[in-house]
Design a protein around this ligand. Structure first.
Ligand SMILES: *Cc1c(COP(=O)(O)O)cnc(C)c1O
Length: 389
């Protein structure tokens, strides 16, 4: 049974049938070229889902399959992504000054970041369409993740990488046997080149922050509520690169609320870095558009997305949940990374961005249950770790 009923455009609201979207090389709105949001038959999901075995079952990515647009569950490509821990540490809770502070430790995914959630769904779709090759633009982690899942499924993989990506992450892509094409420009230009490639090569399947990835990323949000026994935390804090993670988490809470498993939506807070803060700028100036940042520079390379594709989605999540956006300096990010590491939770710099943001706005946290996304493993990028302590 497939519960997806269509895809609606973020910007102009145009509705597309699943068929219309599934046959496009670049799944975007046919009217205005913006991002798309999947819609589901929530009544049917409600009837089949709200069972004891679902409510009590162990949290894992594919547990939430009714909210994912796949046709044949017997053909999914999975490497046991998701089901990542919600870590609670007293020193971190005291540092932030809230009631409970939980780190959703996405480092525990097969390739060390939450990207594996989206990759599992995307590679499943590529196989569904009978494609032989997947293509994407990546700042590193998505490249490694797709490279792994493609290799696992027996597909070729070509990754376009911008000039900001470090050697360690390039090796993580190569380790899975993917081909790399270097683009001496920023991420946004790199994405354009990946899209052009797919338009000219019909045997290839475009992965990246398009609707499939957004839908796959939702499981991070489902798991948070599930792990709290279907209680909703007061606040969820996430970094914003392309905005896909934040949008996915928001959508997950909306999905759960719509079918009635939860009774409210958390406040969502987004964090960017000073060197690349287009969503924070839009938030602070109350603009409805996002002005791209040229050539972003930051040590948090996984979120150096100057023209975030799901930026409008992220902005909507902040507005509709009464949230906010803040930015932090590279130095604060490294401090947060070091502090978390010293309490046993090792994340890469981008993985500490949400925590660094939390430290900035502790006045909002009195007696609150706060979840911070720890998005990627510390081993992925060890920039700035001191040789002597
Ligand atoms: C991709 C990534 C992000 C940013 O997520 P978006 O969905 O692009 O907003 C943050 N941290 C890490 C470790 C990532 O890999």
């Amino acid at each position: 049974m497939v519960y997806v009923t269509g895809f609606r455009c973020f910007k102009c609201g145009k509705h597309h049938t699943p068929d219309e979207i599934e046959n496009k090389p670049i799944p975007r709105c046919s009217n205005c070229n913006s991002g798309l949001d999947a819609e589901y038959d929530y009544d049917s999901i409600r009837k089949s889902l709200l069972t004891d075995s679902f409510i009590r079952g162990t949290p894992s990515h594919w547990k939430y399959w009714p909210f994912l647009p796949v046709h044949d569950l017997s053909k999914i490509i999975t490497m046991q992504e998701g089901g990542t821990p919600l870590l609670e540490n007293n020193s971190l809770t005291r540092d932030i000054g809230c009631k409970r502070l939980l780190i959703k430790y996405e480092a525990m995914n097969p390739t060390g970041s939450f990207k594996d959630r989206g990759s599992s769904l995307e590679i499943t779709k590529a196989i569904e369409y009978g494609k032989k090759k997947v293509v994407l633009a990546s700042t590193g982690n998505m490249g490694a993740s797709i490279a792994a899942y493609a290799a696992f499924a027996g597909l070729d993989c070509l990754v376009f990488v911008p000039n900001i990506v470090g050697q360690a992450k390039i090796k993580q892509i190569r380790a899975y046997g993917a081909k790399i094409r270097f683009v001496d420009d920023d991420y946004s230009e790199t994405m354009k080149q990946a899209e052009e490639y797919v338009i000219n090569h019909s045997d290839s399947f475009l992965t990246g922050d398009y609707p499939w990835r957004g839908e796959g990323t939702k499981s991070a949000g489902f798991e948070i509520a599930d792990q709290l026994y279907w209680n909703v935390p007061d606040i969820v804090i996430a970094p914003i690169g392309n905005g896909t993670l934040m949008w996915g988490i928001f959508e997950a809470f909306i999905d759960m609320h719509t079918v009635g498993i939860i009774d409210c939506i958390p406040v969502i807070i987004g964090v960017q870095v000073d060197g690349c803060r287009p969503v924070v700028d839009a938030w602070e100036s109350k603009e409805k558009v996002i002005v791209p940042v040229d050539d972003p520079r930051t040590i948090a390379t996984a979120i150096a997305c100057g023209d975030p594709i799901d930026g409008l989605g992220a902005l909507r999540a902040l507005k509709e949940t009464n949230g906010m956006a803040v930015s932090v300096s590279d130095e604060e990010v490294l401090d947060a990374r070091d502090f978390m590491g010293k309490h046993g939770i090792f994340v890469e710099p981008s993985g500490a961005v949400a925590y660094a943001g939390a430290r900035r706005i502790t006045e909002r946290f009195d007696k609150k249950v706060v979840v911070c996304m720890g998005t990627g493993h510390g081993l992925k990028d060890m920039y700035g770790i001191k040789e002597h302590t």
